[in-house]
Design a protein around this ligand. Sequence first.
Ligand code: SAJ
Length: 413
Amino acid sequence: MTAQSNRTQVIGLGYIGLPTALLLADTGLEVIGVDVDQNKINALKANKLYFNEPGLEKLYTKAQDKKFSAGSTVQPSDTFVIAVPTPQNAGTADLTYVISALRSIEPVFQPGNLIVIESTVGPRDCVDHILPLIKKWNKPFLFSHCPERAIPGNTLHEMVHNDRIIGGIDEESRQVTKALYASFVKGNIYLTDPTTAAACKVMENTYRSVNIALANEFAKLAERLDFNCWEAIELANKHPRVQIHSPGPGVGGHCIPIDPWFFVREQRSEESLIRHALEINTKMANHVVEAVSEAIKLLAISNPTIGILGVAYKKNVDDARETPAARIAELFSEKFQVLMTDEHVKQDDLKSLEQVLSTCSVIVLVTDHDQYAEINFSEYPNIKLVYDTRNCISANAFDNSSAVHLTIGKKSS
Ligand code: SAJ
């Protein structure tokens, strides 16, 4: 019973599925990308990509000369890679899309085919929910969970160079899946079972969430105790066993604010460090709004209009899922008029950067897109206060400007 991996189908052509499909196609494999969203298929057929990621366009152009095609129906294949969203639902991974992908595979599934789940799932989801469903088909199968570990903004590089963890149900599943991934992964490939693979993925994102929460606590302490948190973190990180993360306006994206809940839900005690970290990160939005509101009062800025720079959840990406900018804008809009800008993100309610800079009296930088480091505030005499949640605006940007410049994690003086 060996899947030949001659034809591979990638189900779900999003931030992970499309790059994975193209990397596989680049190795010469026949790859069919499938998505239920006809707009995505139409875009691909019209040679258009629907999200930006360094190197993706070039890879897509190359894939067209290879055996890559996109469509909306699942075809018979040796291998099916599922990379559909698993949103959080009451602390669990919502498996609706995974299950519907499996249902679309069922009619074309042949004995010995391989199914790989790339979507992030809870540690026991493969064993408790996904495998029982496949077993009902009564055909021998190979199965692995190979959680994606690439970061938006550097997806292709990380997909090729990061180590991968493959959790197969048996040795044959592990080896066949390893052969598939080894065709494009240059990092090490480690083999384990599906539950351990899923637990690793959730642990990785939990580690980051808790470490960011710690940095956020340090930032608030720095403001009380009058030290520069950014400098202190840089110096503390000179210690060979310390790696403190960066404070900020809170945490966004589809992983760090979500995946740790898969563990919290399994914890029997209310005293969860992981839950507390998630809450600390969410409440950074309140911290930002309180700090800015206090400064507005102190500086006696009347009728302030708040301009939010950056809506994406992190620098230089076009992804606004779970972004702290949304929470911050909502809190501000209870008291003030708010304008938002982000030239990476496509959203109807956004203004141009120039419009925000030339009309607002208070600027709150939420996302550290490169372009914001080049703003010269002396060109905008209307701006009275700038609050930087990422420590990315240098003092030079305020040469010949009378605006007050505050940074999270530094005491306001
Ligand atoms: N952030 C901070 N301080 C930091 C680092 C990040 O406030 O020191 C914020 C960011 O601004 C952003 C959020 O946290 O709002 C998350 O960004 P991120 O760059 O930490 O992570 P993601 O969500 O883009 O990608 C993560 C990655 N996981 C890890 O680094 C452990 C990526 O490798 C995973 O593939 C991805 O989650 C995922 O899909 O799980």
